[in-house]
Design a protein around this ligand. Structure first.
Ligand code: DC
Length: 209
């Protein structure tokens, strides 16, 4: 089997940034699995699909393209909310599981490994992965980081609103019945409350080497 590094953790903990750093450094493929849920959410909005319309939601999930997944429109509060809502649907998770499981076979041939980040990658999608990371940071610290990121882009936001959105998404991710966010067996806990991305990356490099 192609080796896989899984990174799971809550919203705004820095999973995507760390995963990108690993992927660029080792020149290996990266899948941000949250983009799958976001891309389906984006289609739901664009096509005005009812959130209970299982058939049409499944159709969106089955026909996702690389273009859908790399769209710049995937990051907004509205998509955050809908992606979080639909992520508790079992039929959708099962459909997206197929894409995720195929990813290394499709994109990591001849590569050292692939990096896949999300919420249930180490627990449900690739429980047999060689290196499983569970990232964590205090919700207040995550909110503060997200706030600074958005401010840097010149957009106006309220820290309180970001904090509340993070708590709402955590509640959903941690408590849903199917594939809740939790550390996988044999995972390494990486608390980044007081670590920046470079410090976290150094830990990962040690694990890989
Ligand atoms: O990581 P992200 O914020 O881009 O994820 C978007 C949403 O998708 C988030 O609400 C949780 C959900 N998600 C999930 O349930 N399982 C995954 N493996 C990845 C994301």
């Amino acid at each position: 089997m192609i080796d896989i590094i899984t990174i799971d953790g809550p919203a705004s903990v820095g999973k995507s940034t760390l995963a990108k750093r690993i992927s660029n450094y080792y020149e290996v493929p990266l899948l941000n699995s949250g983009r799958l849920y976001r891309a389906v959410a984006s289609e739901i909005i664009d096509k005005k699909i009812n959130i209970r319309d299982k058939y049409r939601i499944l159709q969106c999930a089955k026909s996702l393209t690389n273009k859908n997944l790399s769209s710049k429109k995937l990051f907004s509060s509205k998509i955050d909310k809908i992606a979080s809502d639909i992520s508790s649907k079992k039929y959708l998770r099962n459909q997206l599981k197929i894409y995720q499981r195929e990813f290394p076979r499709k994109y990591a041939i001849g590569k050292k490994f692939s990096v896949i980040e999300g919420r249930d990658i180490g627990t449900e999608i690739f429980p047999q992965a060689k290196i499983k990371i569970f990232m964590w940071a205090d919700a207040k610290i995550r909110a503060q980081r997200r706030y600074l990121q958005i401010q840097k882009k010149g957009r106006k936001v309220s820290l309180k609103r970001i904090y509340n959105e993070i708590i709402a998404r955590d509640t959903n991710d941690l408590n849903r019945k199917i594939a809740p966010l939790k550390p996988a067996v044999n995972s390494v806990l990486l608390d980044t409350s007081y670590l920046d991305i470079e410090q976290a990356f150094r830990v990962i490099k040690k694990l890989i080497n």
